[in-house]
Each structure stands twice: as C-alpha cells, then as structure tokens.
Design a protein around this ligand. Structure first.
Ligand code: 6PG
Length: 234
C-alpha cells in the first residue's frame, strides 16, 4: 500500500510519526541528508518516551561522525542530543562510516541481524528521503547495489550525487522488509524525481521506484512544491 500525502507541514507530520514510533518502542531507521533536520528537531520536542526505542540508520557517508557530512552527526545534533540520555533515552546504533564502506557494512549487518534475527531483519519504521536523481538511502541510479538480494547492508564505493564520498546503505530487501516506510520529500528540486519515483514504472534508473514493501506500508509526505509534477496536480 502506498499513500501520497501533500501537506502544508510535511516535516511536522514526520515528527509525529517518529515520536509515535518511539512511544511504541520501535526499531526505527533514520534518514540522512538535509530535509529531515527540522523534523528531527520537532520530534524531540513532542514529549515522547524514547526509552524503549532503538534508532538505526538507513545510510551513511564514509566520514567520521563529527564531520559535517555525517548523517549520524546531523541526527545527533537535531534529535539524539535533545533527548534524555541513559536509560531514559533511545538505544542508538550508528553506521561506522569511518571504517570504510565494506567493513562498516559488514559490521552493521551483523548488528542488525544480532538485534532483529538472522533472517532479513524487519525494522518497524524506515524513514527515507529522495534524491533529485531518484536515489533512495545510498542506492544510486544504475548501482550494482540495486541488485543485492541477500545482504542487509552493503558498501557503495561511488556516490552518484554530492557529497562524493563512499557510502554504507541498507539494501532494497532490508528496506522492503520494514513494517512502515515513510518518505519525506520537499522542494521543487525534487518534483520531477517525485513523479518518476511514485507515478512511473519500476525503473533502476530511479531507485526509489523500486521500493516495494513485502507486507508493510509506504507513506510519502510531500510539500506542494515537491508534488508539483504529479499527474493529478499538473
Ligand atoms: C544521504 C541520504 C539520502 C537523502 C537524499 C535527500 O545520505 O544522502 O540519506 O538518501 O535522503 O539524498 O537528501 P536531501 O534531504 O539533502 O536532499
């Protein structure tokens, strides 16, 4: 099931989904990039109980955590550092991008399987963004990683878009195993990619179009600008 929602305040909607999942003690994969930052800041203010929640990451850039390009660094500043720490806060599993793409992917796959089972781990909520080139997590158009069927996490030597550093990413089967997938996509720069990802055919040139949950749901939270090229809005 895929639902597109065009909202005045998609970041607020994402913040609420995130806080509700935290209250349920969910396993949540955070997304990186710049779009989710305000949503994370607002989620931290909603007074949820994060003590049972576990925060994972959908992808990471291969840089140290204190680097400006680190997805963990962004999430730490916008969300994690604003939550109670210790027993009252969430458990956080970051991808160790600084170890290099393949070692970081191996480690993270082990961590996910240890926590959620040896079969394809099922995260409760996977948050995703969309690149202007149609990429999702760090799965770029034409990347061999798109064909991965067994692995949970893989290293990606070459990023298709800035920042041009190697990446670590959940695979499509790991994303598709999630119980809930929520995209946050804002701004006119994403409008064409939105139409290709969510109204077009499945196409490896548009990795987000390949996201197809086994039995979970997909919700796409859009602002007016990002929704502008959707057929029904043209
Ligand atoms: C990353 C991502 C990536 C992101 C999109 C959108 O590490 O780059 O997690 O998939 O979600 O590139 O990023 P923006 O919000 O910065 O446009």
């Amino acid at each position: 099931m895929r639902e597109l929602q065009v909202l005045d305040d998609p970041a607020g909607a994402l913040a609420e989904r995130l806080a509700e999942a935290a209250d349920r003690g969910a396993n949540i994969a955070l997304t990186g990039g710049s779009s989710p930052r305000p949503a994370y800041e607002r989620a931290a203010e909603l007074g949820a109980d994060w003590s049972g929640a576990t925060l994972w990451f959908g992808d990471e850039r291969c840089v140290p955590p204190e680097d400006d390009r680190s997805n963990y660094g962004m999430a730490k500043a916008a969300l994690i550092d604003r939550l109670p720490s210790g027993d009252a806060g969430p458990t956080v599993h970051r991808m160790r991008g600084e170890a290099g793409p393949n070692a970081a992917a191996d480690d993270y796959e082990r961590e996910l399987r240890a926590a959620l089972g040896e079969a394809m781990p099922r995260l409760d909520l996977v948050l995703l963004g969309l690149g202007s080139d149609g990429h999702v997590a760090s799965l770029f158009p034409g990347s061999p990683a798109l064909g991965e069927r067994e692995r949970v996490v893989v290293g990606v030597e070459e990023a298709g878009l800035e920042p041009f550093v190697p990446r670590v990413t959940l695979t499509l089967p790991a994303i598709d195993a999630a119980r809930e997938i929520v995209f946050l996509v804002t701004g006119v720069g994403k409008a064409e990619a939105v139409a290709r990802a969510f109204e077009g055919e499945r196409d490896p040139a548009v990795p987000a179009s390949l996201v197809a949950p086994l039995d979970g749901t997909v919700t796409v939270l859009l602002d007016e600008l990002a929704a502008r090229e959707l057929r029904e809005r043209r």
